[in-house]
Design a protein around this ligand. Sequence first.
Ligand SMILES: [Zn+2]
Length: 166
Amino acid sequence: MYKRGHLGVAMLTLAPITFWLLVGGYPAFAVLVAGTVLYLAMLPDMDHRVPGISHRGPTHSLLFAGVVGAVFAGAASLVEPVFSIAVPAGLSMVAFGFLLGFGSVVAHLLGDVITPAGVNFLWPYPKEWSLYLTNADSTLWNWGLFALGVCAMAGAVALAVRGVPV
Ligand SMILES: [Zn+2]
């Protein structure tokens, strides 16, 4: 999947979370989460640039998602004593940091799992999973997911700000 498609999947993943954070009264968190997830949307594809790492290998795995989550959790534990903010759902900042890093990578993997090359979720165990929905270079899917993502985010923000009609 290309960058536009990945941003689309990231926004589709973010939409319900953004809605939940806004309705819960955490607008700053909503922006922080959306910014982080979109910023990290292409992180696993750094394997294109690091020599010696195969594409869709180690950086496209739940193990890597866990490592990124652990880095975020570590950063949160350093920040927590100095700068403590109310975290939704009674989570600790460390747990929240882990979920944020982990989820950012998983959102990327969801974008790749629909293509025939698939994702080796359990790397180093060699097995690729694929939903065979589209090729990674499909203009229709990349733009379609991007457009859906934008609509989902806009809808989530509009519903949260105006209140859900009942
Ligand atoms: Zn990828």
